[in-house]
Design a protein around this ligand. Structure first.
Ligand code: F6P
Length: 367
């Protein structure tokens, strides 16, 4: 008697959590298409969970069809919707009396899920680990324009954001030059300087300020004046939104925020611009691309990375290898155990090759 191949049917939950970014849909598509391919379309049911963990808490689920995953490779944002659901509040019962962890486990059971895919950044991964500890089969996929997820060289969304920030710096050059101005571009990245460092180098910034290298405003001004005295009528400064000066570096985050609020300057970039103007007499202006950095279609690099990550996740599902987060390390797609990476942040280090390249080029970090 011929033995029939026995394929386990899989019901796969998928959610996107935290800030959106280009490449989320490309990743979702990669997972879905590869699951249908590897397990057979009849053996796979994909359940889309709306608005991240909020949707998992409130059972906002929809069984999707293969058609749902067509035509989304190039689409920005997320077809599932997303929401911020802070990890530190996950175990806290709020005024609504909702036990979030209990509800998430209940939805997983009610939806008869075999596994849950979580596309997100650091906060998302902490909750993924929490759910894995609660015996749910979880696979994380590293998404963020900040590129600060530990254990992976790169996250999807990052390279597209680098391209957009670089374009912003390119465009600022023309106005800076025409008007003889100092133009400061505030770049997202939360507490990490990856986006600013990469865009700064790609966009030819003269000064790059990142949280990992606290600056001295006098050094920043000296650099601006040096350029001016050498005949350059403008300077471009790439400023990470999370950067701070050497004095602030000694303070706790709350104390820092308080001081800034008292000084009437919400962002570091505005304060730096005001200080430069006052100390050098040169006109300084601020540009904040903000959420434009997260918008639009993913770059070719991010489409490829997202697709590779999605396909790798499908392979993990096939092997029932859970409690992992997909990663790219040294050119290979691989996976880390959630317990090894959740709660850790990847920061720029002083010996990073790009920091060195920039310094060798004469770029100042204000230190
Ligand atoms: O984590 C991505 C990110 O864009 C950070 O760079 C930024 O600090 C934050 O999200 C902004 O969050 P929101 O869109 O919720 O204001």
């Amino acid at each position: 008697m011929q033995q029939e191949e026995f394929i386990m049917k899989k019901r796969i939950g998928i959610l996107t959590s935290g800030g959106d970014c280009p490449g989320l849909n490309a990743t979702i598509r990669g997972v879905a298409k590869a699951c249908y391919e590897m397990l057979g379309t009849d053996n796979v049911e994909i359940v889309g969970i709306s608005n991240g963990y909020y949707g998992l808490i409130h059972n906002m689920c929809k069984t999707m069809t293969p058609e749902d995953f067509s035509g989304i490779l190039t689409r920005g944002g997320t077809i599932l919707g997303t929401k911020r659901q802070p990890f530190k509040m996950m175990k806290v019962i709020g005024e609504d009396n909702v036990d979030k962890v209990k509800n998430m486990k209940q939805t997983y059971r009610d939806q008869k899920l075999d596994c849950l895919l979580t596309l997100g950044g650091n906060g998302t991964h902490k909750t993924s680990k929490l759910l894995a500890d609660e015996k749910l089969n979880v696979i994380g996929l590293p998404k963020t324009i900040d590129n600060d997820i530990y254990g992976t060289d790169v996250t999807f969304g990052f390279h597209t954001a680098v391209d957009i920030a670089t374009d912003a710096l390119d465009r600022l050059h023309t106005t800076a030059c025409s008007h003889s101005r100092i133009l400061l571009c505030e770049i997202m990245g939360n507490k990490a300087g990856w986006l600013t460092l990469n865009a700064g180098v790609a966009g030819g910034a003269d000064i790059i300020l990142i949280p990992e290298i606290p600056y001295d405003i006098d050094k920043v001004c000296q650099s601006v004046i040096k350029r001016s005295e050498s005949g350059k009528n403008f300077s471009i400064i790439a400023v990470a939104e999370g950067c701070f000066d050497k004095e602030e570096a000694k303070l706790k985050k709350k104390e820092r925020a308080k001081r800034r609020a008292e000084a009437g300057m919400v962002t570091a970039t505005n304060r730096i611009a005001a200080q430069i103007q006052e100390k050098t007499g040169l006109e300084a202006r601020v540009c904040v691309p903000g959420h434009m950095l997260r918008g639009g279609s993913p770059s070719a690099y991010d489409r490829i990375l997202a697709t590779q990550f999605g396909v790798y996740a499908a392979g993990l599902i096939q092997k029932e290898h859970y409690g992992m987060s997909v990663a790219k390390v040294g050119g290979s797609i691989t996976a880390n155990r959630l317990e090894d990476i959740a709660g850790k942040t990847k920061f720029v280090t002083e010996d990073d090759t790009l920091v060195k390249t920039a310094r060798d080029l004469g770029v100042t970090f204000g230190d």
